[in-house]
Design a protein. Structure first.
Length: 321
């Protein structure tokens, strides 16, 4: 049943999921293995031990008597939603080809819309992996616009659109590697250079168009290649195929899965999910992606409703894998 990893069994079908996680106790045991794959480490004294297990899932350190739980200090901290529901949500989000909107998740797992929405937002925070490496090699960088004109609204620069910076690893002779994306307030040099410095390793070859906002990349330690679109014989999608392909997929995903409705204050959260999913598109098993999300969930600090409702502060995070 399922497949075996260093973290124990994980399911590869919904039937296996149901068999592996029939109750909260099974979910807690799985999360315990993810959080402490080798041995339990006390959050207070930082020492390894075998905890005493008490009622209601409490774990007591035999050395300093500090009480904790599998979910304490994670995105599941103080949740009143059963872990069986949390894990089922994680399964559907990672195994659905294009993910799920909060409305679809609400119908699928039988919760309220508010609970489904908050779960999705917390999972998107967990999709950020602070230990991942920067993009390297040959990198295409460009911006795209998300959102647009509503009926009767303004067009062009007067339209309510959001700017998203995109960086894509270009494989040779063809193909794409990993991506990074960020919602930026404007296309100024400050915004674009900050994005490149965070997302791309120094020494990489960065390919951009002729926009002046990229002019200082050479000074920042990158090999800067420029294609001025107005003077190029090739159309933009040929001269810079990577960023245009990713931009097209992103817009199609937002339109299809989320009905084109993404509030600007939550846009970065959707970009994090798209990045997480795209960078794992070649995974051998959806069960591995499910496990990976939960692995990150148990090392992600608690996120409150207050942190999320007005738009999560993504400056607290480093980047996404």
């Amino acid at each position: 049943m399922g497949m075996k990893s260093q973290y124990g069994n994980y399911p590869n079908s919904y039937r296996e999921f149901i068999q592996l996680f029939p109750d909260n106790a099974a979910c807690e045991a799985f999360l315990f293995k993810l959080r402490w794959p080798e041995e339990f480490i006390c959050r207070s004294c930082k020492k390894a031990s075998t905890p005493w297990i008490q009622s209601r899932g409490r774990l007591v350190c035999p050395i300093c008597r500090f009480q904790t739980s599998v979910t304490a200090g994670t995105i599941f901290d103080k949740t009143r939603t059963p872990l069986t529901t949390w894990l089922e949500a994680a399964w559907h989000v990672t195994t659905a080809k294009n993910g799920m909107s909060a409305k679809t998740l609400e119908r699928t797992i039988g919760t309220s819309y508010q609970v489904a929405w908050m779960m999705l937002q917390r999972f998107r925070v967990a999709m950020v992996n602070s230990e991942r490496k920067q993009l390297s090699g040959i990198i295409e960088v460009d911006e795209t616009f998300i959102g647009g004109v509503q009926q009767g609204g303004k067009r062009g620069r007067g339209a309510m659109k959001s700017i998203v910076a995109i960086a894509v690893e270009m494989k040779q002779p063809r193909g794409f590697g990993r991506i990074r994306m960020r919602y930026i307030p404007d296309a100024s040099g400050s915004s674009l250079q900050s994005f490149v410095c965070d997302a791309v390793a120094p020494g990489s070859i960065v390919h951009t168009d002729g926009w002046a906002g990229y002019n200082k990349l050479t000074e920042l330690g990158y090999s800067h290649e420029v294609t001025v679109m107005s003077s190029s014989d090739d159309p933009a999608h040929v001269s810079m195929p990577g960023v245009h392909r990713i931009a097209s997929l992103l817009k199609r995903w937002i339109l299809g899965t989320h009905q084109g409705s993404v509030a600007q204050e939550h846009l970065q959260s959707y970009l994090e999910e798209f990045t997480f999913r795209f960078n794992r598109r070649t995974s051998r098993s959806r069960g591995l992606v499910f496990r990976r999300l939960l692995e990150q969930a148990v090392v992600t600090s608690p996120t409150t409703e207050f942190d999320i409702v007005g738009g999560y502060d993504w400056s607290l995070e480093t980047d996404t894998d």
